[in-house]
Write a protein that binds this ligand. Structure first.
Ligand SMILES: [Fe+2]
Ligand SMILES: [Fe+2]
Length: 358
């Protein structure tokens, strides 16, 4: 890890956050909700090893690491982009992938910390069981993104300020449901949508598989948040629910702004304000940022946090229509996509063996 190249000076490699948590033991080992226990079984059965499931010998072209189309670059179509030479465009592709995967990595570490915090703070044994499988999932995700950045991209970015601010809010809040809401519903819901765009456009098979396999696990994590909160939120008062909706609305604005990628333009010495203006208003980018909410909006509706404050924020962001998305169908599609990549790899290996034995 120490040989990783950070693009910006990192003042410190350790970030310590105070968080007053209350640790809850339960002596009731028998009461388990069927759907949560079923998810726990699935979590145990679906563990995978990054070292074996992914083909780490795959070459990654640093001039376009994920093998995406030019239109994928946020500045595509702008005057800044038009004036760039081939070398500068290649450098932008490389930095953009590094920036993006670095934020995935830092977010995954946040998920690792939050999942372990849930084990400690959630009152019921079935939730503690499930969260324990998630701790292992998140450790594997940190390992996988870290390896991809280190071995393949050879470049990493520090955590984005908006993501850091949100993680700070989530980790310092002592209420167990706020950890779920901030991490399982908001940060992971948005990450799922962002992983999905890479999975669906990447021509590089390793970049595609990394995201597809992580998504397969994340779908369970979001389901865990839904199951736990759907039971809990109807018990809260209107003002308690309202406070959580306000938190969600603010967090959604923070997360949307993270995708303006300000530090990327700064680091590449591009005209930052011009880049931000373009990314903020360009139709394709506005559409891309709205797609990031395809998982969050229906989930908040599902758990019963869908009052005026949150609906107003989603209307303002142009994402309210996503409330009609069928989450179970989307989760099934994520699992199927990971299975198809496994099957394609098996076919490839079978073919290589057949050719070698002719
Ligand atoms: Fe994860
Ligand atoms: Fe997760």
């Amino acid at each position: 890890m120490s040989t990783r190249t950070y693009t910006l000076p990192v003042e410190q490699t350790r970030w310590m956050v105070e968080g007053g948590t209350q640790t809850v033991f339960t002596w009731d080992y028998d009461e388990g909700r069927d759907r949560l226990l079923a998810l726990y079984e699935k979590g145990k059965n679906k563990q995978w090893n990054s070292r074996d499931r992914l083909d780490w010998s795959t070459e990654v072209d640093l001039d376009n690491p994920i093998g995406g189309p030019e239109a994928y670059v946020p500045l595509y179509g702008s005057q800044i982009w038009e004036k760039m030479g081939e070398r500068d465009k290649a450098q932008l592709f490389h930095h953009m992938a590094s920036w993006q995967f670095s934020q995935f990595l830092h977010g995954e570490q946040g998920a690792l910390i939050c999942a372990s915090k849930i084990v400690q703070t959630v009152p019921d044994i079935d939730s503690k069981f499930y969260a324990a499988t998630q701790v292992m999932d998140e450790a594997r995700h940190v390992e996988t993104y870290s390896r991809f950045l280190h071995e393949k991209l050879q470049l990493a970015y520090p955590i984005n300020q908006h993501l850091k601010a949100l993680l700070d809010d989530v980790v310092t809040d002592s209420r167990w449901d706020m950890t779920y809401l901030g991490m399982q519903v908001l940060i992971e819901g948005l990450a799922l949508a962002a992983f999905g765009t890479i999975r669906d456009i990447a021509e590089n098979s390793l970049a595609r598989a990394v995201n597809a396999y992580v998504m397969e696990d994340e779908a369970r994590h979001v389901a865990f948040g839904r199951l736990a909160l759907r039971d809990y939120y109807p018990q809260l008062t209107d003002s308690e629910r309202h406070e959580r909706e306000e938190f969600c609305a603010e967090a959604c604005y923070l997360m949307r702004d993270r995708f303006l990628a300000e530090e990327l333009w700064t680091n590449l010495a591009l005209p930052v304000n011009e880049c931000l203006d373009y990314v903020r208003t360009c139709e394709a980018q506005v559409h891309f940022r709205s797609l990031l909410f395809t998982r969050i909006v229906p989930t908040l509706k599902d758990i019963g946090l869908f009052g005026t404050a949150i609906r107003r924020a989603f209307f303002d962001m142009g994402v309210l229509a996503y409330s009609g998305i069928d989450l179970d169908a989307v989760i099934a599609a994520d699992e199927a996509a990971a299975g198809e990549i496994d099957a394609a790899r098996r076919r490839q290996v079978d073919q290589a063996i057949a050719e070698a034995t002719v």
